[in-house]
Write a protein that binds this ligand. Structure first.
Ligand SMILES: [Zn+2]
Length: 326
């Protein structure tokens, strides 16, 4: 799957210094060129570089259109008043001395005499310094950056995935063990009988009760537990902010917990027919896996048809990773 983070050429913004500082026209669409900058800042401030990368990834993926216009560069964008200093009459100030005078956090780190919030060589060390000095507790420092509970969970989960699998884990797997019998019903968008008027936001894969259900991506367990529609369900999120929703399970794989990082092919549960009622309700329909995919764009999340990815993944070889034996 292509994403803003992975797709396209790297368009590093070129600054036109024609007597005054001009904002860049093109955004950097790839995170990869920033890795050496993360690593250097991380060394200087003794924090993991993958945390800096995770903050930037989450910030980039959750930028709204207007936020992107205001900050057309990859990664976290500091509030102008925070960068320049709240009392600074010019919140677009890039002079490191006047910024310092007004208590702004902006700094010139690459010695070009300018503290540029859109220059990764200034922005990322400032981010690292913030994490290093603003709080003894790094959770609090991240909270201060986003002011959002969800952001904390995702940033630290992204960091754990980056630590283990790098910035671009690309492997995928069909969400059901293929050596069992199964039938995919492509019913995305069809009407539903239970729970009033709603669309079917996914695909149903019919299989026998107990058929192993597999993680389809390198991701972390964001949601696990009962839901009146989905029964025993599990939700995985990957580092492109794609959410994979598995419903109607008979049970979960042993040792699967919220926050765990899973890899493609890992058993996460078993096909069942739970849901459409209070906790424990089962048997109101034939056993199947309901599989949905959602893309998160900042303030909201929308379902998209998983048929395309599923048909690609169906052709991939499967290496099933069983749950740990207890
Ligand atoms: Zn379904």
């Amino acid at each position: 799957m292509k994403t803003a983070a992975a797709a396209g050429a790297t368009c590093i913004a070129v600054l036109a210094l024609t007597g005054w500082v001009q904002r860049p026209v093109f955004a950097a669409v790839s995170q990869d060129p920033l890795v050496p900058v993360y690593q250097e800042a991380a060394r200087e401030y003794d924090i993991p570089w993958t945390l800096l990368a995770a903050i930037d990834r989450y910030a980039e993926l959750s930028k709204t259109k207007s936020e992107r216009q205001a900050a057309p560069y990859y990664g976290y964008a500091f509030e102008p008043a925070l960068w320049a200093g709240i009392g600074n009459p010019d919140w677009s100030d890039v002079n490191p001395w006047s910024i310092d005078l007004f208590g702004g956090i902006g700094q010139d780190h690459n010695h070009d005499m300018l503290a540029l919030p859109w220059d990764a060589n200034d922005r990322i060390p400032v981010l690292a310094a913030w994490l290093d000095t603003e709080a003894e507790d790094v959770d609090v420092a991240v909270w201060d950056l986003f002011q959002d509970e969800i952001a904390i969970d995702r940033v630290f989960a992204f960091e754990r995935i980056f630590d283990q699998y790098g910035l671009h884990p690309t492997r995928h797997c069909f969400p059901l063990a293929k050596r069992y019998n199964y039938t995919v019903k492509y019913t995305f968008g069809a009407g539903r009988s239970f729970g009033g008027r709603r669309r079917h936001e996914g695909v149903d894969i019919f299989a026998d009760y107990g058929t192993p259900v597999l993680a389809c991506s390198t991701a972390y367990v964001e949601v696990k537990g009962w839901n009146p529609f989905g029964g025993w369900r599990i939700g995985l999120r990957d580092t492109n902010n794609v959410y994979y929703y598995y419903a109607h399970l008979s049970s979960y794989a042993k040792g699967i917990h919220i926050g765990d990082v899973v890899q493609p092919g890992q058993v996460i549960g078993y096909v069942g027919n739970t849901g459409y009622g209070p906790p424990g309700t089962a048997g109101r329909f034939p056993p199947h896996l309901h599989f949905g995919m959602y893309r998160d764009v900042g303030q909201h999340e929308w379902a998209f048809n998983p048929a395309g990815p599923l048909s690609v993944w169906q052709r991939l070889p499967q290496k099933i990773i069983p749950p740990p034996i207890d």
